[in-house]
Design a protein around this ligand. Structure first.
Ligand code: AMP
Length: 281
C-alpha cells in the first residue's frame, strides 16, 4: 500500500495510472478503522483494480467540538488493517491539504435533506461532509465511491453532491456491518463501556421490532413504545422515526406501498450512535 500525504502528488499519481481498462474505487473514512470500513474496501476490490482509501477527521463536519476532540485515532492499526484488506493507496492529508489557504467553502443546495434528522440535530454537518467529499473527489477523481448504508442520510447527501457537481463517479452503497449482537459497527463504539455496549444492543433490536410489527395505517404507538424501550436503557433519543426512503420525509402512517426506512440517533454517556433499517426490502 502506498501512502500519500500531499493532494497534488496523489492526483498526479492517479492521473499517471489512468487508462480505460483500470477502474479506481475510493473509500473515504475518518479512521479508527473497523470491519465495516474494511467491507467497503473489499467491495471496492471486487470491481476496481486500484482502491484508494482516505483517513481524514474532517473538522468542518463536527458541530460539537467535544465530539471532534474525542474522535478515536488509531493510525498504525488502521494502516495495518487497510493493507491487509488489499487497499492499494492510502491518502492521509493534513487539514491544510484539504483546506489550503484561500479555500472558500461553497454552499451546497441539499434542500430538505439537510434540515431533517441528522441535519436538524447537527446544524451545518452535511455542508461540512460535502466540503470534504467534494475536495476528496476532486483530488482522486474515482470511477466509483464506496460508502456505507450505516449513514443512510449521508448516502443521500453524497449522491446529491455527485449530481450537483457532476462528478463522473458512481456512488456504491454497501450494507451495514454489525457486531454479533446486532450493534452497527462504528468508530464511536470504542468509547462505550461494556455495560453501555450491552445497552446499545437495544438500538438494532428496536429497529428489527419496528420492521416486524409495522402495518398499514398509523404507527405512532409502535414508535412510542420503541422510544420508551431505548429511554429505559439509559439513552437520550434525538429521533426514532420512519421516513420515505426516496425523500427522507417523515411519515406517521404507512400506505402499504411506500418504501420506508426507520432511522434512529440516541446518546448514552455522551456517545451518540446512529443506525437505520430498511423496513420493506
Ligand atoms: P466514518 O469513518 O465513520 O466516516 O465512515 C466511513 C465510511 O464507512 C462511511 O461511508 C460509512 O457509512 C461507512 N461505515 C461506517 N460504519 C459502517 C458499518 N458498520 N458498515 C458499513 N459501512 C460503514
Amino acid at each position: 500500500m502506498i501512502l500519500f500525504k500531499k493532494a497534488e502528488s496523489l492526483t498526479n499519481y492517479l492521473r499517471s495510472k489512468r487508462n480505460p481498462g483500470l477502474l479506481t474505487g475510493f473509500v473515504p473514512t475518518m479512521g479508527a478503522i473497523h470491519e465495516g470500513h474494511i467491507s467497503l474496501v473489499v467491495k471496492a476490490k471486487e470491481t476496481c483494480q486500484l482502491v484508494v482509501a482516505s483517513i481524514f477527521i474532517n473538522p468542518t463536519q463536527f458541530n460539537n467540538p467535544d465530539d471532534f476532540a474525542k474522535y478515536p485515532v488509531s493510525l498504525e492499526k488502521d494502516i495495518d488493517m487497510l493493507e491487509q484488506a488489499g487497499c492499494d493507496i492510502l491518502f492521509l492529508p493534513s487539514v491544510q491539504e484539504i483546506y489550503p489557504a484561500g479555500y472558500q467553502p461553497e454552499y451546497y443546495e441539499l434542500g430538505t435533506l439537510e434540515t431533517v434528522f441528522e441535519g436538524a440535530f447537527r446544524p451545518g454537518h452535511f455542508q461540512g461532509v460535502c466540503q470534504v467529499v467534494d475536495r476528496l473527489l476532486q483530488i482522486t477523481r474515482p470511477d466509483k465511491m464506496f460508502i456505507g448504508q450505516k449513514d443512510f442520510q449521508q448516502c443521500m447527501v453524497l449522491k446529491k453532491l455527485v449530481e450537483l457537481k457532476a462528478f463522473p463517479t458512481e456512488v456504491v452503497i454497501c450494507p451495514t456491518l454489525r457486531e454479533a449482537g446486532g450493534l452497527a459497527m462504528s468508530s464511536r463504539n470504542r468509547r462505550l463501556a461494556e455495560t453501555e455496549k450491552e445497552a446499545a444492543l437495544e438500538i438494532s433490536r428496536q429497529l428489527q421490532w419496528i420492521k416486524k410489527n409495522i402495518k398499514e395505517g398509523p404507527f405512532n404507538e409502535l414508535i412510542a413504545k420503541s422510544k420508551n424501550a431505548l429511554t429505559s436503557k439509559g439513552f437520550q433519543v434525538d429521533y426514532l422515526s420512519v421516513a420515505r426512503m426516496d425523500t427522507l420525509q417523515e411519515v406517521q402512517a404507512w400506505d402499504g406501498r411506500q418504501q420506508l426506512v426507520a432511522l434512529v440517533a440516541a446518546t448514552i454517556n455522551q456517545v451518540r450512535l446512529i443506525d437505520n433499517l430498511i423496513l420493506n426490502d
